[in-house]
Design a protein around this ligand. Sequence first.
Ligand SMILES: [Fe+2]
Length: 233
Amino acid sequence: MAAVIQRLSRQALVTFMTRETAAFSSNFERLKTMLDSVTAEDIKLVVPNHLEQSNGTYTAGAPATHVSIFECPFFTLGVFILRKGSSIPLHDHPGMFGLWTLNGTRMDGFSRQPLHKRRLIRCRKTEHSFEESSGSCVLTPTAGNYHTIHNMSPGPSAFVDILGPPYAQEKGRDCTYYQECDPPSYHQATPIQVDNDDRWITEIPPPRDFFCDTQPYSGPPVSLQLISGPLDS
Ligand SMILES: [Fe+2]
């Protein structure tokens, strides 16, 4: 019988191979449902010692660890493990869809609004918390595409991350970091209509205090050959 992570990977492949077709939304929904039930045991999650033992004030070492499970031209599948009290800074996934799950984190998402000023982007803020029972969180090219992820648990937390299509700088899908900023000044000829949920963000260099180390994946194998052929369900 195929492992959960193998079936999930196969559904991700089907989903992102059909991204330009009418079948995409139902495939995406199926992928989300499958991701909802993935557990730490399914991926043989091992929390690195330096994250496990961090009390949240220890600042040496990476604040996050990334475990790459699988990459192909259609999607990437991996796991981020955040140490106590750490956050992934505000960043984007241009033109990409994403799904992630596992409890203990909070996502603050921002959706780009039509109007923006030079160097300032107007967004609308949304927020999702993952609890044990809550489903996977999704982002699309237009909803929640700018986001931060905070570890809200009393120790390290981890989430599975599926992105499709993958980051590809040469195709305009590079990761940029941002920070919230004040709205543009209003003493101008044409005042801007703003909503209470509006936020303004501006691009910043990659934050120096956030970086990832890596750890090998130790769960069931995932390969293109394996997930593109028939799986015994
Ligand atoms: Fe992200």
